[in-house]
Design a protein around this ligand. Structure first.
Ligand SMILES: [Zn+2]
Length: 200
């Protein structure tokens, strides 16, 4: 016997989540239907609320419920320091690590020509627009230490050098090939503090 269409759709929907395989999706769907319909309805409503209400900050492209996010609109942040990351999850990781009081810019992933991810796609024009009219002294490139992350960092460094902006890269402690959001806070704070200049 196969699942009826609505149950099938629910299972397929859950399977789209990261780390959820067919068996887990099936278990989740049956749990929601059989044991916890109240929580399931609540989940459906908060999902809709988040999808409708959460957009992107116009300045840094972080996930935000307002046009300009709370970090960009905070006058206490250091305007001369800009940290470039490749996902909103990385911003939260750096914020939770503490010790960084500059501003952020979030790229949409890495340069990857094979996957059709060029400068336009990852948001380079928006980054350059973000720098316009601001007195940024140093940019910290906190893209992941993967091949694509390094290539992206070098591309951006090449664009910023002629503008007289100091460009640095996260230091030691970030495992090669690792992803920032999974690095523990202490290591991340240390890597930020020990960042190294990548231009003279
Ligand atoms: Zn922002």
């Amino acid at each position: 016997m196969s699942f009826s269409p609505l149950i099938r759709q629910l299972i397929d929907g859950l399977r789209g989540l990261p780390g959820v395989g067919p068996k887990t999706a099936q278990r989740m769907a049956l749990h929601l239907l059989e044991r916890d319909r109240k929580a399931a309805r609540h989940l459906a409503s908060v999902l809709t609320g988040a999808m409708d209400g959460v957009g992107y900050c116009q300045r840094c492209r972080m996930l935000s419920e307002t046009e300009v996010c709370s970090i960009c609109s905070d006058p206490r942040r250091d305007d001369s320091l800009l940290c470039i990351l490749q996902s909103p999850a990385d911003v939260w990781a750096v914020e939770q690590a503490g010790g960084f009081f500059g501003r952020y810019f979030v790229l949409k992933g890495n340069l990857s020509p094979i996957d059709g991810q060029g400068p336009e796609e990852i948001g380079i024009p928006a980054l350059l627009a973000n720098l316009e009219g601001r007195d940024v002294v140093e940019v910290i490139l906190a893209t992941n230490p993967t091949v694509e992350g390094e290539a992206t960092a070098h591309y951006i460094a090449g664009l910023l050098r002629p503008r007289g902006i100091r460009v640095s890269r996260l230091a030691h402690g970030i495992p090669l090939g690792g992803e920032l959001e999974f690095v523990d806070g202490g290591t991340l704070a240390h890597a930020l503090a020990g960042r190294t200049l990548i231009n003279g």
